[in-house]
Design a protein around this ligand. Structure first.
Ligand SMILES: Nc1ncnc2c1ncn2[C@@H]1O[C@H](COP(=O)(O)OP(=O)(O)OP(=O)(O)O)[C@@H](O)[C@H]1O
Length: 659
């Protein structure tokens, strides 16, 4: 703290006490020393006037608080000849006083000189004594002055100390005040900083408030718009409410009227339901009668019927369309084919071929349309009949499509639809006390060999034989897989398995499905609550392509194809022969009772023996291609089908017995 105090102001006119003391002592010493200096002998020495001792500084200059300045004492002025001290060499050194070689004349001069010097010395000593006395007096005066000065010095020192104390106090106060100022400054700076931050905070808040305000204003504007929209809606709805209230009242009145009406109608409905039950019973009885009549009609008509179906032209077909017409729009029983050729005379000759069948389906007919016509026939297996449905026609005419169909519900063919129908009828018959069990098998006859399409392996290596039970009339194929059937969907998946087998085989031998007959057999056994039993079967046969191949040109790689064709031709002609023989037998009546029917001529006819007798219901689909290129094949098929259609093979018999 004190170190930071400014130095006390010291004036050059105010020497310190110690300086004064030192000066006084020096002057005293100087005064004492001077008499001891001896003047140089023989030299014209300048005399030095004794200077008064240095006066004390004028202390009045230090300030008004200092004591009055002392008067400067005057030193006595002494004039003395300046002599060079014995120690100082003379400017020009006199020769040494004693020389051994000195002459006798010189000795008198020296003596004279010596006496002069002696005189001078005496005078100097007297002068020196006088000086010493004066000096003693001066010393005394100086000592008095020194004493006085010391007093002054002491007084000044006290004043100085007081002044220093005062100054120190002031400095302390100053330091204190500076500290305070410093503290205040810091506090002030802090406060300014705080205030600045506060200001910034306020500015931020202000901005936020402004933003909030802006948003609020926007919200307010929107709300105002919404309110005005709501107001208009409210106004509209108030009007609507009024209208509705009026309508409500009207409706309430109508409701009351309706409630009365409903009560009346409920009573009528109950009455009608009773009548409906009665009618349903009548219809069920009627259905039974209808079925009996249907079977009677079938029996009267003869049990082999032919349906003709023409497939549509496919996008892939590049050939021209044949000239086909379907003139019978009411009963759909006719088909007319026309062809034009050039006669030998070069004239155009138009030939028209008319055919009539039990039903003719145009290309636009759907699978459902076709099935509707055969559903009664298919379901008669549940009544204990053997039913056989063939698809006959050239390759690509639509046999597989008709029998198996496509993957969708709409394109499903006769086999899946017939199975669904049989299961549905069996379910319905449950309410009449009948329980049915069903089983199925699926095989193909290729090159007069039977392959199991539901076997455990893709390629069936077993040798299968056909066995007929003469007592029951049942047909069995040895080592064939007979699958118990529980649902229509199960049958669908079995058909899928069989289809896969046939396509695997097709990679080995061309177009397997075209070159083989496939036979799906569903066997159904029913037992009624009364113990009545019936057994029927449904055979759905997709025949091989009926087209003829010119075997005379066959060679090399085609030999296998020729063998297939011969087998197909053989089995198809055997089928024709069997039908013809049955027709003849039917025409001859009881007279032809023992007539031979050549079932054994092919595996196909032998397998279907019990479904191709007078005891079965047989339907043949004739599938035709719509293309002009296939016209000749179509005509051949139509002629064969006409023969079949004209055949009466007798009366189908229901296979039922009472246990
Ligand atoms: N009624 C139809 N509607 C639509 N497409 C059909 C119809 N009939 C057949 N087709 C189509 O015609 C093509 C040939 O039919 P499909 O295979 O059934 O003939 P196919 O006589 O069984 O021949 P294959 O003897 O070679 O087995 C198939 O693509 C089939 O989908």
């Amino acid at each position: 703290m004190i170190s930071r105090l400014p130095r006390l102001h010291s004036s050059p006119l105010q020497p310190s006490m110690s300086t004064l003391k030192r000066k006084a002592a020096e002057e005293e010493d100087e005064a004492l020393d001077q008499p001891r200096k001896l003047p140089a002998i023989g030299a014209s020495r300048p005399t030095r006037t004794l200077q008064p001792s240095r006066t004390a500084p004028n202390l009045t200059k230090s300030g008004p608080s200092l004591p009055k300045p002392l008067t400067k004492p005057r030193a006595p002025t002494l004039t003395r000849s300046t002599t060079r001290g014995t120690s100082a060499p003379p400017a020009s050194r006199p020769p040494p006083p004693v020389r051994t070689t000195r002459s006798v004349s010189g000795r008198s001069t020296d003596d004279k000189r010596f006496s002069e010097l002696k005189t001078q010395l005496t005078s100097i000593e007297s002068a020196r004594a006088a000086d010493a006395a004066r000096l003693a007096l001066d010393m005394e005066a100086e000592r008095a002055k020194v004493a006085e000065l010391q007093e002054n010095h002491a007084a000044i020192s006290r004043e100085l100390a007081a002044a220093r104390n005062h100054d120190l106090n002031q400095r302390r106060e100053l330091v204190h005040a500076s500290d305070e100022i410093e503290g205040l400054k810091k506090r002030h700076a802090r406060e300014i900083l705080d205030l600045e931050m506060d200001v910034k905070q306020r500015e931020r808040e202000n901005r936020e408030v402004k933003e909030d305000l802006r948003l609020c204003r926007a919200d307010l504007e929107r709300d105002r718009e919404a309110v005005s929209a709501l107001k208009s809606t409210l106004a509209m709805q108030s009007t609507a409410h009024l209208t509705l209230t009026t309508q409500n009242q009207l409706l309430q009145a109508q409701l009351d009227a309706n409630a009365r009406l409903v009560a009346e109608l409920t009573a009528k409905l109950e009455e009608t339901e009773l009548k409906l039950e009665e009618k349903t019973r009548e219809v069920t009885d009627g259905e039974i009668v209808r079925r009996r009549l249907h079977n009677m009609v079938q029996e009267l008509k003869g049990n082999i019927r032919v349906f003709c179906r023409v497939r549509p032209v496919l996008p892939a077909d590049s050939d021209e369309e044949a000239d086909m017409a379907f003139p019978d729009k009411r009963e759909n029983k006719e088909i007319v084919l026309s062809s034009s050729s050039e006669s030998a005379t070069g004239q155009e000759r138009k030939e028209v071929y008319n055919f009539g069948f039990d039903k003719v389906f145009e290309p636009s007919a759907s699978q459902a349309d076709v099935f509707e016509e055969i559903s009664q026939l298919a379901q008669s297996c549940t009544d204990g009949y053997n039913v056989c449905i063939f698809a006959y026609g050239q390759t690509g005419s639509g046999k597989s499509f008709t029998m198996e169909g496509g993957p969708t519900e709409a394109t499903a063919g006769m086999i899946p639809r017939a199975v669904v129908q049989v299961f549905r009828v069996a379910e319905e018959m449950k309410s009449k006390g009948w329980e049915y069990t069903m089983e199925g098998q699926f095989l193909e006859i290729y090159n007069e060999t039977i392959n199991d399409l539901l076997g455990a392996h893709d390629f069936d290596k077993k040798k299968h034989e056909i066995k007929h039970d003469p007592k029951t009339g049942a047909t069995r194929v040895t080592d064939i897989n007979v699958v118990p059937l529980h649902s229509a969907s199960q049958v669908r998946s079995l058909l899928g398995v069989a289809q896969k087998r046939r396509s695997v085989a097709a990679t080995m031998v061309n177009e397997r499905s075209s070159r083989s007959h496939s036979v799906f057999t569903l066997r159904i056994r029913g037992v009624s609550a009364a113990g009545e039993r019936c057994e029927g079967s449904l055979n759905l046969v997709d025949l091989a392509g009926s087209e003829r191949l010119n075997v005379s040109f066959a060679n090399g790689a085609e030999r296998e194809r020729v063998k297939e064709t011969q087998a197909i031709n053989k089995s198809l002609s055997a089928l024709g022969d069997v039908i013809a023989a049955l027709g003849e037998k039917g025409a001859a009546g009881p007279a032809a009772e023992g007539k031979h029917i050549p079932y054994r001529n092919s595996k196909l006819t032998y397998l279907l023996q019990n479904s191709l007798s007078g005891n079965s219901k047989t339907l043949m689909f004739l599938n035709l291609s719509p293309l002009a290129a296939h016209l000749n094949e179509s005509l051949t098929s139509l002629r064969f089908a006409t023969k079949v259609n004209n055949t009466t093979i007798g009366t189908a018999k229901k296979q039922s017995r009472t246990s």
